[in-house]
Design a protein around this ligand. Sequence first.
Ligand code: SF4
Length: 110
Amino acid sequence: MSRTCGGPENAHRRDVLRRLALGLAAVPLASLPQRAPAAAAATLLSEDDPLAKAQGYVADAHRAKGAQGGALCSNCSIYGGVPGTDSGPCMIFPGKLVKAAGWCKAWSSL
Ligand code: SF4
């Protein structure tokens, strides 16, 4: 004797499986950590950092040798800071914040 797909027992089983699937699908979303702002986890880049030195980074663009007029981290295409804040992330220096008024040789307007 073969089982049918439409019996009440199977309907109950399908309902349980569906609820389980929905519950399992929700777990990964619920377990994701709250995304902290990059500024909260990162520390300010030091001009003494070896990579900062290699890139000629300065926290104040006015002290930069080679900076074109008006070039700042805050108007660099690589800068990831929020406008109006004094520092933000930069892909050149992962895990660090650069000063909005800073500059380095990787400055780009593109
Ligand atoms: Fe500043 Fe741009 Fe250099 Fe990053 S790449 S440190 S944002 S000038």
